[in-house]
Design a protein around this ligand. Structure first.
Ligand SMILES: CC(C)(COP(=O)(O)OP(=O)(O)OC[C@H]1O[C@@H](n2cnc3c(N)ncnc32)[C@H](O)[C@@H]1OP(=O)(O)O)[C@@H](O)C(=O)NCCC(=O)NCCS
Length: 169
């Protein structure tokens, strides 16, 4: 299976914030942003693997900035690392200034997707070849995040989280 760069899975979803999608403070409802991020990340994972993909876990979400009603929001997703059947997808969220067009980073998230066959059994995916410094940083830290996610889900024992343990040694 031929390895792919994160750029090959890049998915950009641009949309406005409409009144039905806001909380009482007139900012984008968190669940709506999670859904947009899930959609973009799912397409990125599909582009990387060319298989059916399912969300296995939402590993990290930071709602650092509120996104006001009427904002133009860009959700950018790229596969940062692939393991056997699972893929870590990094999502950056930007808001675009109406007048200058300048983009400000609002939020980010990390999701894990698994490629499956028609019977929902996990299948192998291509490796990721990071190119930029940021892609390399995200690639390098992905194994730690995978182990943390599996540990929190009760799928591995603390002693098997070797990359995580190495942080404290
Ligand atoms: C995700 C799913 C396919 C994993 O199935 P499973 O029986 O645990 O399969 P495995 O143990 O072989 O795990 C498959 C891969 O997922 C990874 N994985 C499973 N749970 C994970 C978690 N919580 N965090 C990170 N990775 C996880 C495993 O590490 C493995 O990765 P690898 O093959 O790259 O090493 C299965 O749990 C599933 O179908 N869940 C429902 C998905 C869904 O419907 N999502 C939408 C939510 S509404």
């Amino acid at each position: 299976m031929k390895a792919k760069t994160p750029e090959q899975s890049k998915t950009i979803l641009t949309d406005m914030v409409l009144p039905g999608e806001t909380n009482p403070l007139n900012n984008l409802f968190g669940g709506e942003l999670l859904a947009r991020m899930d959609r973009a990340a799912s397409i990125a994972a599909r582009r990387h693997s060319r298989r059916i993909v399912v969300t296995a876990s939402v590993n990290h979400v930071a709602f650092n900035r509120a996104v006001p009603l009427g904002s133009v929001v860009t959700v950018e997703a790229k596969v940062s690392r692939a393991f056997k059947s699972s893929m870590e997808v990094f999502i950056d969220v930007w808001i675009e200034d109406r007048e200058s067009g300048e983009k400000t980073k609002a939020n980010e998230a990390i999701y894990t997707f698994v490629a499956v066959d028609e019977t929902a059994r996990p299948v192998a995916v291509p490796e990721v070849l990071p190119q930029t410094e940021l892609e390399k940083e995200r690639y390098d830290a992905a194994l730690r995040r995978k182990q943390l996610s599996l540990l929190l889900a009760g799928k591995i024992k603390p002693e098997d989280a070797t990359e995580l343990k190495a942080l404290f040694e």
